[in-house]
Design a protein. Structure first.
Length: 298
């Protein structure tokens, strides 16, 4: 007889860049404030009233110093450097990861979680897998990890967290885990991640970018949902694992503005330079190309 899930789960305890700055487009003649003429015009078009931009996200708009601190430490919120290579070498299966994220999105929809909860749970899963090996012969352990990660993320982010049994939304899942089994996996995740659960994600930058770009209240309401969808779409694609959260956030912002407005990507990229948004334009450009491809595949 095969060992029980609880017996195997109990054994889990025994199993224990500098990015260079680049510019994709040359400046036009700068005005007296140091911004190119097309950025001044872009800023005017994004702001449809004389009032200050209204930011409707759940977080306060961070100042430049706070964002610089986030960018300084965001690399520590990433998986280990060779993590994406494990998929290319087939030590991990990208399909299993995608299925896990798909299930997390089902849980988000069912329990009405915020998008940040999914972003955190994916971050926990990737960081854990980059440090801890799960045997491919036991696919149920990937499922158990998914449950543990979204449970931890919900505890970090949501005001109301369902009990562990209710958290396991059934969508072609093979097994329902008991609460103490999930809690053991949660402890393993916590210890592996050294209890660093308040991590930097692309959502950490969105309100700041919108504020710097001068997004009006009317336009902002149209953008919030779409930029969240794009960020969550990038989470499913292993190609985005090489990009820092600030870069993914910038690319998602540009992609959403392209869709909702008639603005051109070149002007939006240039605006990030002119407005002194300290993010690598070179990496934002390539990440933006991937964002467009991911959006078409949705």
């Amino acid at each position: 007889m095969a060992p029980s899930v609880d017996c195997i789960a109990a054994s889990l305890y025994c199993a224990e860049e500098d990015v260079s700055s680049g510019r994709a487009w040359d400046h036009d003649d700068d005005d007296e404030e140091g911004m190119s003429k097309r950025t001044v015009e872009l800023h005017r078009r994004l702001t449809d009233s004389m009032d200050a931009p209204v930011v409707l996200l759940d977080f306060p708009v961070e100042d430049d110093d706070a964002i610089s601190m986030l960018m300084h430490k965001e690399a520590r919120s990433m998986p280990e450097a060779d993590y994406s290579g494990t998929f290319l070498s087939h030590h991990l299966h990208a399909e299993a990861r995608q299925n896990a994220i798909r299930w997390m999105l089902k849980v988000q929809e069912y329990h009405n979680f915020g998008p940040l909860t999914v972003a955190l749970s994916v971050n926990y899963m990737d960081r854990f897998l980059s440090r801890h090996h799960l045997p491919q012969s036991k696919p149920w352990m990937f499922q158990l990890l998914s449950v543990a990660c979204i449970s931890l993320a919900a505890k970090m982010e949501e005001t109301e967290v369902p009990i562990l049994l209710d958290l396991q939304v059934q969508d072609n899942i093979e097994q329902i885990f008991e609460a103490h089994t999930i809690q053991r996996m949660e402890l393993l995740v916590l210890s592996t991640l050294e209890w660093r659960m308040s991590t930097v994600t692309p959502f950490s930058y969105i309100d700041y970018y919108f504020h710097k770009l001068g997004i009006s209240e009317t336009l902002l309401r149209a953008l919030l949902s779409r930029v969240s969808e794009i960020i969550l779409a990038t989470a499913r694609d292993i190609r985005f694992l090489i990009y820092l959260p600030s870069v993914v956030a910038a690319a998602a912002t540009i992609s959403s503005l392209e869709e909702v407005t008639a603005l051109q990507a070149a002007d939006l990229h240039q605006a990030f330079v002119d407005l002194s948004i300290d993010v690598s334009t070179k990496y934002v450009f390539s990440c933006h190309i991937f964002c467009l491809k991911s959006a078409k595949q949705e």
